[in-house]
Design a protein around this ligand. Structure first.
Ligand code: SF4
Length: 444
């Protein structure tokens, strides 16, 4: 029931020969999950970066921490014939899991923060053990993962623990390790909908308890907040609630199939988004704001009778005549600058014709001297292909957001494999540009 970092893991304790039902004829179903719904709802473009472009996100320390705690709890509960492990054994399993990755790989900023979390995890597990050791019993299912095909979707859920309450009723338990526990209705609805449709659960009940049930029903769902040992119980949702939720799921799936990936910027989601450097919303914000003088006429707001409303909505102080004069002067200067730029380009082209070889060439006039040289220009037309190469060689982090200068810098970086450089070059177009370094001579 939690938002899993790695949804691809298989049930470790009670493995079964799961026969996927997504292999029937017809169009292949869209792989879906609560995490995917959650991300698409938050920002469709973020969904595309993560699930379609498959761009890796930065490791998150809270996922690493939560994952290690979950593994330790799984180790504690995974007993079909007691005795259960001692607290020392549980802590040993936590330590082992924790040590599989370095602090950097886990997403910590420094080793001290990793150490703090490790100690926090130890205390958390000790408290959990003390509170539960006398009531431990062999679970029905642990880390139960299933894919269910419904309405053209293949929906995956992974439940931390499932207990059987008899009569075809089950209780789903989800461990939470974050700061607080928020009711996540979509997660609850998704787990209820899919669990009750899952034919494997009926088979599991028959195998384990010898009961042939015609249907499985959720009795309740429980969020167990490990840091505080608080338990939050949620009753089964009504059919109407589930129906409204499911319409929303199908709507999101339809949009994904229709390749609708509009960005949905917001303070929260953008702040925590690893794809900001690729996002057009944030690329736009780094450009200078458009002024009224350079906006097309149809985008300009009309000046007010009180002296000129700017397109930004501010009313400048001063008379209407002064505003008009400033706007006209700005327009005039802009026109002059465009003419001068055109002349500058023309002169630069002529100068460039005087230096067609490699290296530097100095030219001198009466008042100025200049040095000509040729630098490299690269353009990459196929953005998707470039992302593919960076992912293939695990270089996305090196490019730090797919900016052109960083990709170009990789072409001369000795640490980048030649194969990656050659593949990148195949997607790029090289040209040269003239560089002019102008100096004014000191007048005698
Ligand atoms: S930066 Fe914001 S708008 Fe852009 S993809 Fe991320 S969440 Fe979406």
């Amino acid at each position: 029931m939690k938002k899993k970092q790695n949804e691809e893991k298989t049930p470790a304790l009670f493995p079964t020969a799961f026969k996927s039902i997504g292999q029937k004829g017809g169009a292949s179903p869209l792989a879906f999950s609560y995490s995917k719904l959650s991300m698409y709802t938050e920002c469709p473009l973020k969904y595309k970066f993560k699930y379609l472009d498959k761009i890796k996100e930065e490791p998150k320390s809270y996922f690493a921490f939560g994952n290690s705690i979950h593994k330790a709890l799984e180790f504690l509960h995974a007993v079909s014939n007691p005795p259960f492990p001692s607290i020392e054994e549980v802590l040993e399993s936590f330590k082992k899991q924790w040590g599989l990755k370095s602090w950097l790989e886990k997403g910590y900023k420094d080793p001290a923060k990793e150490e703090t979390d490790f100690r926090k995890g130890v205390e958390m597990l000790k408290a959990y053990y003390a509170a539960n050791k006398d009531s431990l019993k062999p679970p029905f299912l642990l880390e139960y993962s299933t894919d269910v095909e419904v309405d053209g979707l293949k929906v995956r859920i992974i439940a931390d623990r499932i207990e059987y309450a008899g009569g075809g009723e089950v209780e789903l338990i989800d461990y939470k390790t974050g700061k607080d526990v928020k009711r996540q209705p979509d997660q609850l609805y998704m787990y209820q909908k899919i669990s009750e449709l899952d034919p494997r659960l009926k088979e599991k009940i028959a195998e384990r308890y010898g009961q042939k049930v015609s249907s499985v029903k959720i009795k309740q769902m429980l969020y167990y907040h490990v840091p505080t040992l608080k338990q939050y119980h949620f009753e089964r949702a009504g059919d109407k609630e589930i129906g409204v939720f499911w319409d929303r799921v199908l709507g999101a799936a339809e949009n994904i199939r229709g390749m609708k990936f509009e960005p949905n910027p917001g303070e929260f989601q953008c702040h925590f988004c690893d794809f900001k450097n690729l996002c057009p919303v944030h690329a736009d914000s780094s450009r200078p704001p458009a002024s009224s003088a350079v906006l097309p006429a149809h985008q300009k707001k009309q000046p007010s009778a009180l002296g000129g409303q700017t397109d930004g909505g501010e009313v400048p102080r001063g008379s209407a005549a002064k505003v008009e004069a400033l706007v006209d002067r700005y327009g005039h200067l802009k026109e002059e600058m465009d003419k001068l730029n055109a002349q500058l380009d023309e002169v630069a082209r002529e100068l460039g014709g005087m230096h067609t070889g490699e290296g530097k060439k100095e030219l001198s006039g009466e008042k100025y001297s200049l040095e000509l040289s040729r630098g490299e220009n690269w353009k990459f037309g196929d953005r998707e292909a470039v992302i593919g190469v960076l992912n293939e060689f695990d270089l996305y982090q090196k490019a730090l957001g797919l900016t052109l200068p960083k990709i170009v810098a990789m072409l001369s970086d000795p640490a980048v494999p030649e194969a990656a450089k050659n593949k990148l070059k195949r997607h790029g177009a090289r040209s040269t540009r003239l560089e002019i370094n102008l100096k004014k001579k000191i007048e005698s």
